[in-house]
Design a protein. Structure first.
Ligand code: TYM
Length: 326
């Protein structure tokens, strides 16, 4: 059975890109894989944040993941900060990471450009992400395209550590979904749909009301043309709508393009598909959100199981790198 992991950072609201890019790809095959799903709350501390927002969103994200179908009996499901082994391995991996290597990460360059005060944790965030992955002997990391470079770093660090200190880590690889690995912003279709930078009109939030979802899709930026073709370069807005439709309905966006004459028809089909995809998740979310104590019990049990597994990897790593056993 392949071992797989993915995480979601509770900064901003979860959107359709998160769902199609990572949530559905890890949840779908969860009964045929050894799966770890977690809320990466420590990653939300890398930019200025309100403590109460991070706490509220951590529970909201966990509730949404359960609503989207995470089966806590089949997966390891927890909050990152409840498993202190993540930060312990983070430090040990910092000791095999080059400073320049961390600085070269595209997301660090983009996010640090927007900050006046850059937190050191923003620079070292991909090393924490490598720790998340390497702790659980992961083979595959289903993520959207924007996280591919970080998974490459985890690969590099695992390979380097093994070569220098002896076989310790499994070397993981990123897997991107075939369609919708990079869902774009509806009002700025050259930018990715983002929790932190998309405007309210640009992102389809998982908890948006059906009316809001429809309105945003009907107002999505297309272009001056009239015929529907799949051309991400010249017609990124239309290609994005086709990707979203393809992602929701499991069809190839190029084939779908041939079935529409006008943009209006395409938008109506996209709106129907998105509302149909999200409605059952929203319904389960409302039921679960009424039982926060149940969600917290599930997370507590998950953290206990995760610590056992992660503790084993940390012991192995400490021994390999030269720390005296207690
Ligand atoms: P995060 O919270 O930014 O995003 C969660 C997942 O959603 C994917 N994603 C997208 N996919 C398609 N289109 C988009 N517009 C889009 N936007 C986001 C992301 O690629 C991601 O898979 N650092 C990670 C969380 C993390 C993690 C990990 C993931 C922490 N540790 C270990 C995998 C393994 C992050 O902040 O993702």
């Amino acid at each position: 059975m392949p071992r797989r992991i993915t995480g979601f950072t509770p900064s901003g609201d979860l959107h359709l890109g998160n769902y199609l890019g990572a949530m559905r790809p890890i949840i779908g095959p969860q009964h045929d894989a050894d799966t770890v799903v977690f809320v990466s709350d420590l990653h939300a501390l890398t930019l200025d944040h309100e403590p109460a927002d991070v706490r509220r969103r951590t529970l909201e994200f966990a509730t949404l993941l359960l609503a989207a179908g995470v089966d806590p009996d089949a997966c390891l499901f927890m909050v990152q900060s409840h498993v202190p082994e993540h930060t312990e391995l983070h430090y040990l991996l910092e000791c095999v990471t080059g400073y320049g290597e961390a600085q070269r990460m595209i997301q660090f360059k983009e996010k640090s450009r927007r900050q006046e005060h850059i937190r050191t944790s923003l620079l070292t965030y991909p090393i924490l992400m490598a720790a998340d992955i390497l702790l659980y002997d992961i083979d595959e990391v289903p993520v959207g395209e924007d996280q591919r470079q970080h998974v490459e770093l985890a690969r590099d660090l695992a390979t380097r550590f093994n070569a220098r200190y002896g076989e310790t880590f499994t070397v993981p690889r990123a897997v991107n979904p075939a369609v919708a690995a990079r869902v774009m912003d509806l009002s700025a279709p050259k930018e990715k749909m983002s929790k932190s930078t998309s405007s309210a009109a640009g992102a389809l939030r998982l908890l948006d009301e059906p009316d809001q979802l429809r309105r945003k899709i009907m107002r999505a930026v297309t272009d001056a043309g009239t015929t529907v073709t799949y051309d991400p370069e010249r017609s990124p807005g239309v290609a994005n709508l086709l990707d979203i439709l393809g992602g929701c309905t499991h069809h190839d966006p190029r084939d779908l393009a041939k079935t529409f004459d006008r943009y209006g028809e395409l938008k109506t089909a996209v709106a129907d598909a998105v509302v149909d995809t999200l409605a059952p998740i929203q319904e389960r979310y409302r039921e679960l959100a009424a039982r926060p104590d149940h969600v917290r019990d599930v997370l507590r049990a998950g953290a206990g199981r995760a610590r056992e597994r992660a503790g084993e990897t940390v012991r192995r790593t400490r021994a390999a790198i030269g720390l005296l056993p207690t």
